[in-house]
Design a protein around this ligand. Structure first.
Ligand code: AHM
Ligand code: MG
Length: 334
């Protein structure tokens, strides 16, 4: 018989004691919210959900209607259950503390409600990314500083990709599992366990249009890949760039590859485009749990001590040997 997400979580707790009831509730609520977001995404123009919301988020990016809808769905689903103390989102300037009328739980939830915003209106895969932390024990009144924990402190992380299939991908620190949404049954069904990323790959993902803005190590690494079988790598590479991190990471978890969003000269004061706490950290943990590697070019992403909720980071993640190589090239130049 098919294993539902609920059953998987109960059985994991029984076998490994790694999913206490409050965390299980949290993960089930996040999955339910993703199901609802998936419905809105599927309706597209018919649901009046496409297009711009005529507003900007704290990062100065124009918000799409679906960015805001997904953010609201996640907050409304999660605020009343008693499992959370507060939430943080790419689409909200500061943290959202669970209102007084509801009990406060011990977890903190961070999310990018709809990643890949530029793909919403063009019917290309997009997704929700989430990260779960424990509220520090000493903290009475939850504040933003409670969120500033390194990625290795996450207790659960995952994403849901809204593509040809809706797939929820999850880790609680014991490998990576994938669940496909069965629309007739209305439930997520376990379709892959112990996901492993091949150590070697011939596929890279980077926005090549930024080439002239890269630093030397990134330029050197990509030059090696492009030189193909006659170059130093002795093999031909293929390139893929969906421009939705969820979709690019999903491909890498499925068949390997390396994904890069490096620092570049367009905005030299920012370490990169992607956000550490609700994009890079959850994705890096999933990648590591599947046998891959994730760095900012110099150090393990999961070891970075955050100083700001919305801070950015350079990202190199995916097949172990490629990430190791591009990281070594950075260290050589430093
Ligand atoms: P978003 O959170 O505003 O959607 O931005 C993040 C996205 C990632 O999903 C993707 O990897 C990247 O931005 C694409 O950037 P670019 O537009 O430079 O291709
Ligand atoms: Mg995003």
């Amino acid at each position: 018989m098919a294993t539902s997400l609920s059953r998987y979580l109960v059985e994991q707790q029984r076998a490994k004691s790694n999913i206490p009831p409050e965390l299980r509730l949290l993960l089930e609520v996040v999955a339910r919210a993703c199901k609802s977001i998936s419905h809105s995404v599927n309706k597209g123009a018919l649901g009046g959900v496409l297009g711009s919301a005529q507003s900007e988020n704290v990062q100065g990016e124009v918000q799409k209607k679906l960015d805001i809808i997904a953010n609201e769905v996640l907050i409304e689903a999660n605020e009343w259950g008693g499992h959370l103390a507060a939430m943080a989102s790419e689409e909200m300037d500061s943290i959202y503390i669970v209102p007084n009328r509801y009990p406060q739980g011990e977890y903190l939830l961070l999310f990018d409600p709809l990643d890949g915003s530029s793909n919403i209106d063009v019917n290309v895969s997009i997704g929700t990314i989430f990260s779960v932390l424990k509220k520090p024990e000493h903290s009475e009144n939850v504040s933003e500083s409670d969120f500033l924990q390194p990625g290795h402190a996450q207790v659960a992380a995952g994403y849901c990709v809204y593509g040809p299939q809706t797939t929820l991908v999850l880790t609680v620190g014991d490998g990576v599992a994938m669940f496909t949404l069965d629309r007739e049954q209305g439930s997520f069904v376990l379709t892959e366990e112990n996901v492993r990323i091949p150590k070697d790959t011939k596929e890279f993902a980077i926005n090549m249009s930024n080439m002239r803005h890269w630093n030397q190590p990134v330029s050197d690494y990509i030059a090696e890949c492009l030189a193909g079988s006659t170059g130093p790598r002795g093999k031909d590479f293929n390139m893929r760039w969906v421009a939705s991190m969820v979709a690019d990471v999903h491909r890498i978890l499925t068949r390997g590859g390396v994904f890069m969003y490096p620092w570049d000269k367009r905005e030299p004061n920012k370490p990169g485009k992607l956000r550490l706490m609700y994009e890079a950290n959850p994705m890096s943990w999933l990648i590591e749990q599947a046998g891959g590697m994730a760095t900012n070019g110099m150090e393990r992403i999961l070891d970075i001590q955050p100083t700001q909720l919305h801070q950015r980071v350079s990202v190199f993640l995916g097949s172990h040997n490629e990430v190791e190589r591009v990281t070594a090239m950075h260290k050589l130049k430093s």
